[in-house]
Design a protein. Sequence first.
Length: 397
Amino acid sequence: MSQLEIEKASRPLGSYLTRERAGVALLFLMNGFMIGSWAPKIPEFASRLGLSEKELGLMILAFGLGSIIMMPIAGSQIARFGSSTVSKFAAVLLTPMLLLLSLTGDVWTGAVAVSLFGGLIGAMDVAMNANAVATEKHMRRAIMSSCHAFWSLGGLLGASSGGFLIQKLGVFSHSVIVTLIAALMVALCWRIVLHDAPHPDEAKDETRSRLPRSPLPWLIGVIALFCMIPEGAILDWGALYMRNELGASVALSGFAFAGFSLTMAIMRFAGDLIRDRLGAVMTLRICGTIAICGLAIIGLAPNTTVAIAGFALAGIGISNMVPIVFSAAGNLPGMAAGVGLSVVTTMGYSGILLAPSVIGFVAEHTGLASIFLALSGFLVVVLAVSRLARHADGAHH
């Protein structure tokens, strides 16, 4: 037995709050906060660079492509340097990005800055999820859902304070404040993030860090994709559906995503306890069933009240599906955590980043109500292959 295994065997089943857990939670909070702070800056960014809606769509696509290019690169670096090193490195580079985005003056520098921002968000995403998997193994209990809850919370804080700060203090001052808060979070987590040893054998053994041949990570990637497409659809199209098809006011249409985010954050804080109690497969099945009902209610809603209830229900369901899938990806037998995770996060995030543009195209012909109904069908597929989630329990059983 290695020293680590002896330590692990002698440790009681992980105490609930440890330094390492606080460290990785701060990484998730900071990453969510940066994305949330960017959202209210987008209209000003578009008007400063004189972008049409179509050009802004392409900018948002550049963000997504930056993420998708950097995720597999980060995955291969984790085997080489360990997830804590890659997470911190990405976090430091990410910290000044909003300042850079506030200073870009033309379309090309804007496009480069946006894809760099997306790339660093994506790289940090893979690394911090790998660190959460390592921390789960270290503590021998589930923590992935609450990590994702901190991400949702960071997004909520960044998005809700951003508009107010931009209005009161201006774009540049808002960026300075965000940069200082982000730097503070990175400084706080620096010493306490679980330092996982690199796996040089995995980095050297090319077959393990190249694209995996085993179908497992790709199948789990499909689950992640099908769980995250509805999330992307609600994020980008929920308010529009409320407004155009159910006749909601501007204020009321904002409640679609707010209801979804709120139940999602609350349930993610409870998710680990539920998962420790029921196991990953059972939790995924229950969540999937609730999410299918939520999406069906949204699609069939006769009025805004019923639709908001559907969005809130979908938030409860989808909340813990993605963290379970990420835990499973990081615990695949005979595969470096970073490699399995980079496949699954890349596939999953392409659902949030690229699917909404496809949805917009289809919705022009069918309307959004039928889109939300069709998305519930995606989750039926997830239920059919839910046995694969059993790998998530490898972290702490």
